[in-house]
Design a protein around this ligand. Sequence first.
Ligand code: PMP
Length: 354
Amino acid sequence: MSTVPPMRADLGLGEGYHSPQVEAAVRLNTNESPLPPPAAWRAAVEEELRRVPWHRYPDRGAWALRKAIAAFHGVAPEQVWCANGSNEVLQTLLLAYGGPGRRVAVWEPTYALHRHIAELTGTAVAEGRRGDGLALDLAEVRRVIDAAQPTVTFLCSPNNPTGEAVGRDVVEEVLQRAPGLVVVDEAYGQFAPWSSAELLDERSGLVVTRTYSKTWSLAGLRLGYCLAPTAVVAALERASLPYHLDAFTQIAGRLALEYVDDMERRVALVKEERGRVAAGLADLPVDVWRSDANFVLFRPQRAPGDDVWRGLLDRSVLVRNCSSWEHLADCLRVTIGTREENDAFLAALREVLA
Ligand code: PMP
């Protein structure tokens, strides 16, 4: 008789990766944009959706979307690959280039999905530590790459959850040293002072991943992409399922690129607010990390992180509780919201810490 077999033993995922979706008036826990996309974009999408032949499969290559993204970045459409969120891009990269007998390199603490997807795809993880102050330490980066000879080296810039962007000198050195792909996860790239996309080169293994979830205010859409050498894009096409990107996502993502000015205005606003939140935190008994992203990591100096997280939630302010994560004891991460949301967060934190 049929039974439910145990799950694959090598997954070791525990509960998997997720941020609790708790009800709160002020939600600053998942690094989304605090502002919706422009109304004109919504109207343009609605208009174009009227003409979709829904009984047909979508364009398998998503070419119109890829051409628009390519034009935005000044690369060839054959150097662009799109998927359902940048998480799916990362997963497909490891389906194509990871697997048993291969290794990825990560420096903790970093975005948990890099490790999680490695485990899902049966890829070994070579782990390094970030240095003092949680910045990337070049000596440790060299040590891990030299020892592990990873097929995929992950850099996260700006790094989630610590916030700082990786320096150009570091990316350049890693590109020289790492034997395989170097995947720079730029989910927060537009908040940072520079982008590794400038270094894209058909002769190197550099892959830059981006998402619509943050700067484009479209986390609900599920669209991400990478810029990569054409050979990598061809491999991703082979490793993904046919028609994985539906017609709606292709249209909505292409039309979003017609509203670059709106996006840049939202990014500028978040950066300005980030400065205000950082200044507000500097006046409180917390350690604060410099951020090039749309969130700030901080650690209360005199109270357990768990208690502070709970105290904020009691005041209907939800932030990310990182206090039980390795290397991040008592740390919390707050997403930059609207001016009103940030004020509510700072006021609630002041109360909790008083
Ligand atoms: N990379 C990083 C560093 C992230 O923080 C996130 C979102 N949490 C993602 C990738 C995934 O974004 P999405 O799948 O929504 O594109």
